[in-house]
Write a protein that binds this ligand. Structure first.
Ligand code: COA
Length: 369
């Protein structure tokens, strides 16, 4: 038996491989480093969903579809307006997805691509609508304009257009988070899809799974960690003592990678660039110090989440929105996996090693102690 199903091949996929060797994270055969340097997020979504990179007219058609699917229906607006400020924003996206399944049900699997585009379009709108309304009572307007998903997310958050660099980094970030083979949330989506359930149920299950701090929630926990320290020395002292107490340091380690996470160098270098001239520039140096202690003491490397924390913070993104951004991205990968699962389906139902009692004689209620 393998605890946590480590090392078990639980199915086939042609969408992604995390690779055995270094820097070998491939989406449909393309290296994530090349994609993050040369593509916009929409190209990567098309690639994941359709199995090929789009030509210019395919990309134009695809992005136009997503732009037209940003609008929030009135009934969903009234749901969003009822969700309190204190709610975890992951729950807001889970509710958005689930409620959309009520008012715009999938009806037939022929509609699956439409559902994928709808969720790619609406998640940033719904998240930022709720965020502004619940925190300041402001009702932001959602335009079906031609801004990229990255640009749309940032301008609905900031209330103004992002800088070119901010939009570029958000594109890179969405690409890095888009897909990662049979990770926990994708596996949840596939288990749900394998029962022939509807698209919205599959994505709702995935959001609930991504929410946990051992998975997507790690980027927020990493931010909580680095923001506690006033300088590198204080960080070092605290990390040594946390390690002595066998505490987990969020943003380090990985269930599959053993030497490095290929996404780390990319987001780390953007974090460094973004830090220049910021009042809280030290967050980058503190992060680097923690990274080197983790290497030296535990042989552990930063995963994709660790430097995302400082990068997002330099972009003035509230910490509570870090994991929801992961949803806005990973919905592309989840959607591709739902479509793939349905195309060659078998109900997913593993066995379990029984460690319970031997058969017992039944005891009537009045004889039980
Ligand atoms: N901080 C401190 N120690 C860690 C660690 C971390 N982030 N990640 C792993 N370790 C330690 C474990 O305690 C264990 O030590 P032990 O052998 O002395 O018991 C050893 O490294 C192996 O860890 P293990 O839990 O078997 O690895 P895993 O493959 O099951 O877990 C994670 C992978 C991602 C769940 C784990 O590394 C973790 O919890 N990381 C923090 C959360 C995180 O960043 N999640 C995002 C992942 S992309």
């Amino acid at each position: 038996m393998s605890k946590g199903l480590r090392g078990i091949e639980a199915g086939e996929t042609s969408i992604c491989t995390v690779g055995e060797t270094e820097n070998n994270l491939l989406y449909r055969g393309y290296n994530v480093i090349d994609l993050s340097q040369n593509c916009v997020f929409e190209e990567v979504c098309f690639l994941l969903l359709n199995g090929k990179l789009p030509n210019s007219s395919e990309l134009k058609g695809f992005t136009k579809n997503i732009f037209s699917k940003r609008t929030i229906p009135k009934s969903l607006i009234s749901v969003l307006e009822k969700i309190p400020k204190e709610t975890n924003p992951m729950d807001v996206l889970r509710t958005t997805c689930s409620f959309l399944g009520n008012i715009e049900p999938e009806k037939s699997f022929d509609n699956q691509m439409n559902c994928a585009e709808r969720l790619l379009g609406i998640f940033p709108s719904a998240l930022n609508y709720w965020y502004h309304f619940s925190h300041s009572g402001k009702k932001i307007s959602i335009e079906n304009d031609s801004e990229s998903i990255a640009g749309h997310f940032l301008s609905t958050l900031y209330g103004k257009k992002p800088s070119e660099t901010e939009e570029k980094v958000m594109n890179v970030s969405l690409i890095l988070y888009a897909e990662h083979e049979f990770n926990a949330s994708t596996f949840s989506a596939r288990v749900c899809a394998a029962t022939l359930s509807d698209f919205y149920s599959c994505i709702t299950a995935a959001i609930g799974t991504l929410r946990g701090p051992l998975h997507g929630g790690a980027n927020e926990k990493a931010m909580d960690l680095i923001s506690q320290f006033k300088d590198e020395e204080q960080a070092a002292k605290s990390i040594y003592s946390m390690l002595e107490n066998k505490e987990l340091i969020m943003g380090f380690g990985h269930a599959v990678y053993k030497k490095l996470d290929p996404r780390n160098d990319i987001i780390k270098s953007w974090s460094k660039k973004l830090s220049v001239g910021k009042i809280n520039q030290k967050l980058y140096d503190i992060s680097c110090r923690i990274e080197s202690i983790m290497k030296e003491k535990k042989g552990l490397f930063a995963n994709a989440d660790f430097f995302h924390a400082s990068a997002y913070n330099f972009m003035d993104i509230p910490t509570k929105l870090f994991t929801p951004i992961f949803v806005c991205s990973r919905v592309s990968g989840w959607a591709a996996h739902i479509i793939e699962q349905r195309s060659n389906n078998k109900l997913i139902r593993p066995g379990a090693k029984y460690v319970g009692s031997d058969p017992l004689d039944f005891v009537p209620i009045n004889e039980r102690v």
